[in-house]
Design a protein around this ligand. Structure first.
Ligand code: NDP
Ligand code: 2IT
Length: 449
């Protein structure tokens, strides 16, 4: 019987020993363990059944070779993965990332976090993550197509509408999902909702593209309202200019906030008066259709572009981290605190380092953790699955109302479980405990499996 209390340091050293050289996975688990171990220690059944040990071990990891031919006739070899992390509360669900720096470490951290995020959405969604070290940048459409077809030729054996439903993530947008869906359909001879983020003509959902960004802003709005603050008029910085960043910016502007800085991996732009609608439209076209660099925006509109300066350096009241993991470190957190920033929202997955997150929360900056703040994307993916099952399509209004309502429910779960007697709500703790409880209780119900 394992009924003695769990100790954070012992738990983490065991995890590090079992999973050496995986710093991002360690970081993601530590953030959760810090919050849930005190909760687990009040519930001996979780200790006895070793629920946290089981939740930190993926159900399975699939790794495979992906060969394809480039436009010059050369054979290229990449590695593909699917980490099926946990299906206690629903079929595996989570994005695919194509990035040259992708490792299994990254996918394990993402799959682990997805477990809690998907639980918070209130929908029946398990958790997975996958992808490849393939770099779509600089490749022709045909090269991307050949890669996606080869990738799906293996992946299709492991996924299915009731088994595992991938979607997009960094480097995987509508183009890649379409190529992969076409190949899946061809291999299986079935038209089913096995990927989300599909084109509207073939089973995709309205507002899926916008959902992560919109949800990020809805959640932040709710969190500010809880603290008698509002977004309208706030000076906001947003990192990234990808799917999450662009639609975070769009919804911020629609709600009357001022977006004063954006970035991509080559640098940041600064617009002291705030971006206007024409500029946002131009930026979306640049990034989604022309696959251009942010410096082209700066050149076109004559604004400041700085290769060396991150968006966190510009004084702001609200900061939205929407690019990638560990992009906001302790020094950045100190800068934000010094400049009077009131709220930091994690649109990306784990964009703040643990030290940064502790510093921000310690200084009283409101902090919206990724699992809660960016859950709108997977939530609308869940709604895409529902529409596919019912063979119908909901309207923008219907979907935006549902997304808004889900983000409010996520916020109230955070408040309920993150409430600290006599202190402010700890949203990190709230999101982790609420996400944990549902999955853990399902696992207990199944017995030892
Ligand atoms: P995209 O590929 O659309 O955009 C990524 C953006 O981040 C680009 O602007 C990119 O710049 C920048 N970026 C990527 N890697 C780095 C890096 N190493 N350093 C600096 N900038 C970088 O991805 P998404 O917008 O889909 O994803 C962004 C984040 O949000 C990720 O953490 C993802 O896991 C998370 N997320 C995504 C969801 C979705 O629905 N898409 C849902 C929930 C979370 P450049 O173009 O120059 O590379
Ligand atoms: O990190 C994420 O939640 C995503 N990339 C979206 C996953 C999904 O299945 O829509």
């Amino acid at each position: 019987m394992f009924t003695s209390k769990l100790d954070l340091n012992d738990f983490m050293s065991g995890l590090v020993k079992r999973n050496p050289y995986e710093p991002d996975f360690h970081q993601a688990v530590e953030e959760v363990a810090e919050s849930v171990i005190p909760f687990i220690n009040q519930h001996p059944e979780y200790i006895q059944e070793r629920v946290l040990e089981r939740m930190t071990e993926p159900d399975r990891i699939v790794a495979f070779r992906v060969c394809w031919e480039d436009d010059d006739g050369h054979i290229r070899v990449n590695r593909g993965y699917r980490v099926q992390f946990n299906n206690a509360i629903g079929p595996y669900k989570g994005g695919l990332r194509f990035s040259p720096s992708l490792t299994l470490d990254t996918l394990k951290f993402l799959g682990f976090e997805q477990t809690f995020k998907n639980s918070l959405t209130t929908l029946p969604l398990g958790a997975a993550k996958g992808g490849s070290d393939f770099n779509p940048k600089g490749k022709s459409d045909r090269e991307v197509m050949r890669f996606c077809q080869s990738f799906m030729t293996e992946l299709h054996k492991h996924i299915g509408a009731h088994r595992d439903i991938p979607a997009g993530d960094i480097g995987v947008g509508g183009r890649e999902i379409s190529y992969m869906y076409g190949q899946y359909k061809r291999l299986e001879n079935e038209f089913q909702g096995v990927l989300t983020g599909k084109g509207l003509e073939f089973g995709g959902s309205l507002i899926r593209k916008e959902a992560t960004g919109y949800g990020n802003v809805f959640f932040t709005e709710e969190l500010l309202r809880e603290h008698n603050l509002e977004l309208a008029g706030m000076r906001c910085v947003v990192s990234g200019t990808g799917n999450v960043a662009l639609y975070t910016a769009q919804k911020l502007m629609a709600l009357g906030a001022r977006v004063i800085a954006l970035s991509d991996s080559s640098g940041s732009i600064y617009l002291p008066e705030g971006m206007n609608a024409e500029q946002l439209y131009w930026m979306i076209d640049l990034k989604e259709n022309r696959r251009g660099r942010i410096a082209e925006f700066a050149e076109h509109f004559g604004c400041v572009f700085n290769e060396q300066v991150s968006v966190w350096q510009y004084p702001c009241q609200a900061a939205f981290a929407c690019a990638t993991q560990n992009e906001l470190d302790l020094d950045d957190a100190k800068t934000l605190i010094k400049n009077g920033c009131k709220v930091v929202a994690e649109g990306a997955n784990m964009p703040a380092t643990l030290k940064a997150s502790h510093a921000l929360r310690g200084a009283g900056v409101l902090f919206a953790p990724a699992k809660a703040a960016n859950a709108g994307g997977v939530a609308v993916s869940g709604l895409e699955m529902t529409q596919n099952s019912m063979h119908l399509s909901w309207s923008v209004e219907e979907l935006e109302t549902r997304l808004h309502s889900i983000m409010r429910k996520i916020h109230s779960q955070c408040v309920e479980h993150g409430h600290v007697e006599g202190g402010p709500v700890d949203y990190v703790r709230g999101a982790n405990i609420a996400g944990f409880k549902k999955v853990a209780n399902a696992m207990l119900a199944y017995g030892v499996v």
